[in-house]
Design a protein around this ligand. Structure first.
Ligand code: FAD
Length: 588
């Protein structure tokens, strides 16, 4: 690796520009770090894979400032159903609540999502995307990672097949030096392989044919398929996926004796499509037989190298959670890398990335496997059991409501003892769980989602109290270093008022808002507080703590300690660990 020219240095090198790499590049770009993204494909690969994302990811896109562009091209609040072969619904998943401020079911077209995230990266001159560069090797030492990359030797250019084509020209091998490297390089991750990290879990033998369609203009050929359908038919399990604009996808399970070659033949595809739509009204954009994996890497961090997204876990697509899990990884990792790079947290903070995310990603894999089993059941006993269970869900109102609202979906709640935050005060305590996102009313009557007021760092939310008035000097300094914003939350109609006893000046400049729907007031209530309490939220809006405001300084001290901030003050060597030092060392 030393024989090839070294180009430059950066804070973080991201390997791979799929959904995971894109979100991480936005997070670090927003935080002002020098980022280089190395992506193997010279041009955007352009084929749809993911079609669905949820409210938690919409909240992340909101944080990145790209949600308006993305939602403009999504089909939101589309019911998901299990249907009989004739299309009549058996049961529906159609949540109406919006605990995190966004609809829970959102369908999209992956090329739209990825190109929007990619184009909006141009906001950050500090993010340098290098396409057509594949990472071939790397090594790390105490200060950083040296990464060898070269011009891509084989790439995908076609929109209709996944075939790889040789690329002519010089390999132009180079190295780059980064303080951290993140392998967001997909299921076949070179980064993971080079680290020798094993994946645990299962690959499923049942292949499915995935057919992506584009409706011809001037036709209304999908009117009879307004919702997302799992067709539970023992003779042929099928998934019919809605997508925005003129796109649609079908997935057909291969029956015993069927081959990949035969399934991908145009006449076979046409025969299968004819069961649901008029094939003449569509262009077939892609047809490909896939198998699915339910795998998770044993280790997500090795020193200064981290794995994220499909490189760390692979989820069968049935719950639509593969890309969403990667988006959550990038969000979790992004703010932690930011604090470590700014010397506001010890490197040990990066260990909480896996301890927090692993359990949740595994839970998503498990529920996806369960749904796969429900949809693809063919054995008569299994189908009998399934149909009886679905019958119960349909006829018993609390069960029906539980299903409709998605009670089966793992909640964004980290496992006890694994997360950065105070220990959970009781079983359903708010610590280590994602806080709700209410719509709040400002003094001038304007409505806003609360996250838009919180900004990218930590936040203090005082219940009927201005928390900033309770901070001692040390706490104020800590919170300033963590870019903390402070908000006072009142119930709707519950602002201080009247001629007596109300301060007429908000001298601390704390934003004061009313919780219109009462979701966050109720959240404080569940934690045991009706007033004079404060929540410390992490940048990802998971609660670090909810405590009486008089305990605020003690709690900030615990935050300081969990982040390892005291230790950092004593470790002058970490302060020297910067991009400029790396550049000097490299040049010497
Ligand atoms: C049929 C199907 C349907 C799906 N449906 C859904 C869904 O509805 N919802 C959902 O959330 N998920 C879904 N998924 C899963 C989802 O597509 C993946 O989980 C997601 O794309 C993973 O994102 P990623 O960024 O981690 O990896 P990828 O999207 O695989 O991106 C990795 C990137 O790394 C690049 N790369 C690889 N090696 C190198 C290297 N050595 N050097 C440089 N670059 C490299 C690749 O070119 C690629 O661009 C589906 C998947 C399939 C196959």
């Amino acid at each position: 690796m030393n024989a090839v020219p070294q180009d430059d240095a950066c804070d973080v090198a991201i390997v791979g520009l799929g959904p995971t790499g894109l979100v991480l590049a936005h997070m670090l770009g927003q935080a002002g770090h020098q980022v280089v993204v190395l992506e193997r494909e010279p041009v955007f690969y352009g084929n749809a894979r993911a079609v669905y994302t949820d409210d938690e990811c919409m909240r992340i896109f909101q944080h990145l400032g790209v949600v308006d562009e993305l939602q403009a091209r999504m089909m939101m609040e589309t019911p998901v159903q299990l249907v009989r072969p004739d299309g009549t619904p058996i049961t529906q998943y159609m949540p109406r609540k919006r605990p995190f401020g966004w609809p829970i079911i959102n369908f999209f077209y992956q090329p739209y999502l990825e190109t929007t995230l990619s184009e909006t990266l141009s906001r950050y001159p500090n993010v340098d995307v290098r396409r057509g560069r594949e990472v071939i090797d790397f090594s790390q030492d105490a200060d950083g990672v040296s990464i060898a990359h070269q011009a891509t030797r084989e790439a995908r250019f076609s929109d209709s097949t996944d075939a790889r084509t040789s690329v002519q020209g010089e390999a132009d091998a180079r190295t780059i030096r980064a303080r951290f490297m993140v392998g967001a390089d997909g299921g076949r991750s070179v980064v993971r392989t080079k680290l020798g990290i094993e994946m645990a879990g299962k690959s499923f033998p049942e292949p499915w044919l995935v057919v992506d369609l584009e409706r011809k203009t001037g036709t209304d050929a999908l009117r009879h398929l307004p919702y997302f359908n799992f067709v539970v038919d023992p003779k042929l399990p099928v998934v019919s996926c809605v997508q925005p604009d003129k796109f649609h996808r079908f997935e057909f399970m291969l029956m015993p004796g069927e081959t990949k070659e035969n399934m991908e033949r145009p006449e076979t595809v046409r025969r299968y499509l004819s069961m649901f739509v008029d094939p003449d009204q569509f262009f077939v954009k892609r047809k490909l037989v896939y198998t699915f994996n339910a795998l998770i890497a044993a280790k997500w961090r090795d020193g200064r190298v981290l794995l994220a997204g499909d490189a760390a876990h692979m989820t069968p697509q049935f719950m639509g959670q593969g890309a969403s899990s990667g988006v959550r990884d990038a969000y979790n990792l992004g703010w932690k890398l930011d604090l470590v790079l700014r010397d506001q947290a010890a490197q040990a903070l990066l260990d909480t990335y896996q301890s927090e995310r692993h359990v949740h990603a595994k839970a998503m894999i498990d529920v996806s496997v369960l749904l796969k089993n429900v949809v693809s059941a063919r054995n008569p006993f299994a189908t009998l059991l399934r149909d009886a269970s679905l019958g119960l869900i349909r006829t018993i109102p609390p069960l029906r409501r539980w299903f409709q609202e998605g009670g089966f979906k793992p909640m964004p709640v980290y496992k006890k003892g694994t997360y950065l935050g105070l220990p959970r005060s009781h079983r359903n305590g708010p610590e280590g769980a994602l806080a709700p996102q209410p719509e709040v009313r400002l003094f001038n009557g304007a409505r806003q989602r609360i996250d838009d007021l919180l900004g990218p760092g930590f936040s203090l939310i005082g219940l009927n109290v201005d928390p900033s008035r309770y901070l001692d000097k040390a706490s104020a300094e800590t919170l300033k270093a963590l870019s903390t914003r402070s908000i006072t939350l009142y119930p709707y109609g519950g602002r201080p008022q009247g001629l007596n006893g109300v301060d007429r000046d908000n001298t601390n400049g704390t934003t004061e808002v009313e919780d219109i729907g009462g979701e966050m007031i109720a959240w404080f209530g569940k934690a045991g507080f009706s007033e004079k309490a404060v929540a410390i939220l992490r940048p990802d809006r998971f609660a670090f703590a909810v405590v009486p405001v008089v305990e605020l300084n003690r709690t900030v001290a615990r935050l300081r300690s969990q982040l390892g901030m005291q230790r950092l003050g004593r470790q002058s060597d970490l302060a020297r660990d910067s991009v400029s030092t790396l550049s000097v060392a490299k040049a010497a």
